[in-house]
Design a protein around this ligand. Sequence first.
Ligand code: PEP
Length: 249
Amino acid sequence: MRRKLVAANWKMNGDKATVESLLSEFVQNVDGQSIDAVVFPPALYVGQVADKLAGSGIEFGTQNVHHADKGAFTGELSLSMVKEFGCRYVLVGHSERRELFGEDDALVADKVAAALAADVTPMLCVGETLEQREQGVTEKVVGGQIQAVLDKVGIAAFERIVIAYEPVWAIGTGKTATPEQAQEVHAFIRKQLAGSDESVARKCRLLYGGSVKAANAQELFKQPDIDGGLVGGASLLADEFIAICQAAK
Ligand code: PEP
């Protein structure tokens, strides 16, 4: 059985007071024993998050990382740095990083490899744009994004990678993929992995992301190949995120 995982991506939102109040609610109400829960705050707040989540069973990580361990990379953070602050996860290849910051499949694969080498779990984000869906190339796009990482790290590494399928047209738009649409792509991803190793494919957790909220989480999480969610906007609302975590139990 794959353990459900629900992750909060706060993006570039919040301040010290918000971190304090949201995490107070999460610590009291998210059952970190029954599911894996992970918070991705803006990197500057990771120290505060680490203190607040100590002993809670809720994990945390950064929304991005550089693949080099150190050097002249102004503005970047290395895996040894995020690890020193207790991060067990890192988001890699979020569509906003791909679109707005020019991250391509090769760079994403380098970041996944670096995270694995540092023993930090990469949460690899993949997904098609609306245009690509309408052109009928969803599987080609998502399959290609995953293949680039497979070619770099090999199939065995996918036991330690979490994949988040996030259709770009559903992120922050309020337009959630239907459970059937999401399941279809998740089944495709699992089949792609199974083409290399069935046992790894069975173990790899596949999250859905894109306007997940309390009202649609249960239906999504009931699908056989959906193992939890990556939640943006709704993770900034304590009651919503807590209800989404409960829906995953
Ligand atoms: C995300 O940022 O990964 C995301 C899925 O955002 P939202 O839930 O707001 O669509």
